[in-house]
Write a new protein. Structure first.
Length: 443
């Protein structure tokens, strides 16, 4: 339990770190850049959508872009009805009484048959009016950043690609952080001579981790993939549910290990050399060529965003674990940890409530750099055509399409700028955190 003096010191250190971070202008501005990108990613279905935000049709008001229905059944005055299927309706050529379009009236990956074969931002673009005549593109419907080979709007792809890239960066690093913090905390806090259990519980817990992974992620793979396509909130809920399933299965196996550990041949107490085992595991993963490993696994596994996030997360936790371990080696012998132990707190409570909040700061720097690396990795895999399914538009897939036609410079410049700005912003934030949390730079 911390004293008031220690709590005041921690608050002062946090206040000092935030003050130092704010003085780092590039890092501070990068926070606003990422905030803007996050808003674009969250509201991408509203910003770029071929469905109107609002229409007035036959005297009734509808909101196609916000509707969860698959079709509208619109009654007519003569007693007949009209069935409009929302995903294939040609909204731009319907006789609507009133309409409010999205700022970018195109969905990602949808073809515009009148502007195929790479129309540039300044090229002549065509449009079919309600009479069937081909006319110059109205300013409201112009492809501001050009089109792809099939007439796909590049600006819409960039906006929705931000959602994919940021989601992959955050979730893959959430997986890496979860693994890195747990393993680093165990290695640093327990070392090689503090973690004791029975043979039965040890082997049951190991089997539980394997079973938990299978039931939490492999069995629910299709559910997670569908959640990605629908909304980020649904994906978050499904991932939380998977983590709950994972934790429950491990807990059940661990508790079962208590009873199995009472058997004569499994009752013997054993020291778990946690620090040595985890340190060797970190060295194995750290020595592997990560990008080549990801390419190999991604080429074998089924292309999906879930697989890609899991692969990146499982290969990116080593830096977080190393920093957490080093910090815990120092923290575990401090006075407030000794006080908590003398008061009879459980080891788990000491780690979660006292040690981890104070050992998290160095890992934050690695997490910031890791998100940038994850986005760059996803872009590289998508560029090679093995990252995500072909029907999902990402920044890397747009750059990949630019390889087919070097004259279509907009397919390389604009997605490349988006990748560069995002990765640079995260790297600047990481450097800002590193400088703010480094006690050697304190004046």
């Amino acid at each position: 339990m911390k004293t008031k003096k220690q709590q005041h010191t921690d608050h002062s250190l946090r206040a000092y770190a935030w003050k130092q971070f704010r003085h780092n202008r590039p890092a501070y501005v990068s926070l606003y850049v990422l905030g803007l990108l996050a808003l674009i990613a969250i509201f991408s279905p509203i910003i770029a959508n071929e469905k109107p935000l609002y229409i007035s049709y036959k005297g009734e008001s509808y909101f196609p872009a916000f509707s969860f229905k698959k079709n509208y059944v619109i009654p007519h005055s003569d007693g007949t009805t009209e069935n409009i299927q929302l995903d294939i309706a040609d909204w731009k050529h319907m006789s609507l009484d009133k309409v409010i379009w999205a700022p970018v009236p195109y969905s990602p990956g949808k073809a515009d048959n009148k502007n195929t074969h790479y129309k540039g931002p300044g090229d002549e673009q065509l449009f079919t009016d309600n009479n069937g005549n081909t006319v110059p593109m109205p300013a409201r419907f112009r492809h501001r950043l050009g089109t792809g080979n099939l007439g796909e709007d590049i600006l819409s792809g960039l906006i929705h690609g931000a959602r994919i890239s940021l989601t992959i960066g955050f979730i893959s690093m959430a997986i890496a952080t979860f693994i890195g913090l747990i393993l680093g905390s165990i290695a640093g806090y327990f070392g090689d001579n503090r973690l004791i259990t029975t043979r039965g519980r040890f082997w049951m817990t190991a089997l539980g981790i394997i079973a938990a992974w299978f039931y939490a992620f492999q069995v629910r793979q299709i559910i997670l993939e569908d959640a990605i396509k629908e909304s980020g909130m649904k994906l978050l809920l499904q991932l939380v549910l998977s983590l709950i399933i994972f934790s429950v299965v491990v807990f059940i196996f661990s508790q079962a290990g208590k009873f199995i550990g009472k058997l004569p041949w499994l009752r013997k107490k054993v020291y778990i050399h946690a620090d040595s085992l985890i340190s060797r595991l970190i060295e194995i993963f750290y020595s592997m060529p990560t990008f080549i490993l990801i390419i190999t696994i991604a080429a074998i596994a089924k292309p999906s965003l879930v697989n890609l996030m899991v692969i990146i997360g499982l290969t990116s936790w080593t830096g977080i674990a190393r920093f957490t371990r080093a910090e815990f080696l120092k923290i575990r012998n401090l006075e407030y940890i000794q006080a908590a132990r003398s008061l009879g707190f459980s080891e788990m409570k000491i780690i979660m409530r006292h040690a981890l909040p104070n050992g998290l700061a160095p890992a934050l720097v690695t997490i910031a750099f890791g998100i940038a690396a994850a986005i760059l990795t996803e872009s590289g895999l998508s560029f090679l055509g093995i990252g995500v399914p072909a029907d999902i538009v990402t920044w890397g897939s747009l750059v990949n399409e630019g390889r087919a036609n070097f004259s279509a410079w907009w397919l390389v410049i604009f997605p490349g700028l988006a990748i560069f700005i995002t990765v640079t912003a995260y790297n600047l934030i990481g450097e800002g955190l590193r400088d703010a949390l480094d006690p050697r730079l304190k004046k």
